[in-house]
Design a protein around this ligand. Structure first.
Ligand code: KPL
Length: 360
């Protein structure tokens, strides 16, 4: 019997647990693309310390590929799951990265599963791959990869997945594909008790707004202050910054036709207290001088707000976006390859960073 084949692009903490879950119940053949960790994982496998699965040593997905070109030998893939960071102001974009492995075969097109942060991240994929089903996954897992093969998974793998209508495939087929994927992804122990919590979401956009309540606020304020969420609270910034940003997200979500429950802010703040000294991904990135998901978490949100005529009702969001966008420009410039500023400062007069972009 042949199992659905899944390619995982992005084997950080989130992608590695996803690959472990997909292998766990033996319902899928999993290929992971591992770039820098290829050698160590080939030799030793992953060491995983997981709230869901306990201590695991020597885990390797069915196939390990060094690059997407290398992965192609294990295709065609029924699903390409993308769990990379989504940095939309840096090249290559997600659609460009996955293009070689999103294929059409007789009667079966690769389904793209985005397990990433942000809002309106599906549109570029739907445009780039007409007729392919695009699933959108909102994950609340906390899982961090270090040392190339060690994964510290401290908050359960909890995700909701649904489709974003590609306007070509019949809706019932898109829904069926989403449910099939949830079935192969969901894990159960020997007694049949569920381990991870992967559920169907019939309103992905509402789910994305819900998650933005956390990501746009805590991630941003932690990145700006370079403090974990507990220290943000201790410094008064949870009351002064995080909660006002959360309120702006709730306002935009409602204006967008996706009203969030009244309790959402209290729930997010309370939920965060369960995690001690928690560092959201944007903080981890900025501390490592790596690009952050500024555009998909803040930029897209603000653009939605502007389009709804709410531009002047979201001052906190706009301020954190400006600060973090500035930080991001600096990070991208230091990385090299994205911007080249002229030797003479005089030549920068009246220009913006974007005028000196080398690649898009
Ligand atoms: C939910 C959370 C906080 C952890 O996965 C996250 O999305 C992030 O850190 O970006």
């Amino acid at each position: 019997m042949s199992f659905p084949s899944v390619l995982i692009i992005g084997s950080g903490g989130v992608g590695t647990i996803a690959s472990y879950s997909l292998c766990f119940n033996k319902k899928a053949t999993v290929t992971s693309v591992l770039r820098s960790s290829y050698d160590i994982v080939t030799e030793k496998g992953f060491e995983i310390d997981s709230v869901d699965y306990g201590k695991v040593t020597g885990f390797r997905p069915h196939n390990i590929a060094k690059s997407l070109d290398d992965a192609a030998q294990y295709g065609p893939f029924d699903y390409v799951l993308v769990s990379t960071k989504n940095v939309a102001d840096m090249s290559p974009l997600v659609a460009e990265v996955i293009a070689p492995v999103v294929t059409k075969t007789a009667g079966a097109n690769t389904t793209v599963v985005l397990l990433q942060n942000g809002i309106e991240i599906e549109d570029p994929i739907i445009k780039a791959f007409p007729g392919h089903v695009v699933l959108s996954g909102i994950s609340m897992i906390s899982s961090i990869l270090s040392g190339g093969n060690h994964v510290e998974h401290s908050y359960i793998e909890l995700a909701t997945i649904g489709y974003v209508d590609n306007k070509i495939t019949p809706a019932t087929d898109q829904e069926a594909i989403a449910k099939k994927f949830i079935e192969i992804y969901s894990t159960r122990n020997a007694n049949g008790t569920p381990i991870n919590q992967i559920t169907y979401n019939d309103n992905v956009r509402l789910g994305r707004w819900r998650k933005l309540v956390y990501n746009a606020s805590f991630n941003s304020v932690c990145a700006m202050t370079r403090l974990d969420t507990t220290r943000v609270a201790l410094s008064g910034n949870r009351e002064q910054w995080v909660i006002p940003i959360m309120k702006e997200i709730v306002l935009l979500a409602e204006a967008d036709g996706n009203k969030l429950p009244e309790t959402i802010i209290d729930n997010m703040v309370e939920g965060d207290k369960e995690e001690e000294y928690y560092k959201p991904s944007m903080l981890v990135d900025v501390l490592a001088d790596r690009p952050m998901e500024v555009e998909v978490i803040l930029g897209n949100t603000i653009r939605i707000g502007e389009n709804l005529g709410y531009g002047d009702r979201i001052p906190y969001l706009k301020l954190v976006y400006r600060v973090l966008k500035g930080t991001q420009y600096g990070i991208l410039e230091r990385m090299g390859g994205a911007f080249k500023l002229p030797e003479s400062r005089g030549l920068t007069e009246g220009k913006s960073y974007e005028d000196f972009r080398l690649t898009k």
